[in-house]
Design a protein. Structure first.
Length: 94
């Protein structure tokens, strides 16, 4: 497939902005599972909005491999500093 036809095909697919949500919650894990589903990534142009480290941590928990996706990396929710499932000042600042 030529570059021009790939660009045209991409332009026709719906665009989805996927927000990771609460950094202490399950959003990153769910997002990773969703992104690992080839049907979604072939059916839509997905942009993930959140911290790339958080998405990577979610993929590790979910035991999935992430495809190449566009990430609007906010770099604001370091998973090493935010305990999962607990309210914290660090999570609140993210």
């Amino acid at each position: 497939m030529s570059d021009a036809s790939m660009i045209g095909e991409r332009a026709q697919r719906p665009r989805i902005g996927l927000v990771l949500g609460d950094p202490a919650g399950i959003g990153a894990e769910l997002a990773a599972k969703l992104l690992a589903d080839a049907h979604l990534t072939q059916s839509a142009v997905v942009t993930v909005i959140g911290d790339a480290r958080q998405l990577a941590a979610g993929a590790k928990i979910a035991k999935v491999t992430l495809p190449d996706v566009t990430i609007d990396d906010r770099a604001n929710a370091d998973p090493a500093a935010i305990p999962l499932g607990r309210v914290s000042a660090e999570g609140g600042r993210a």
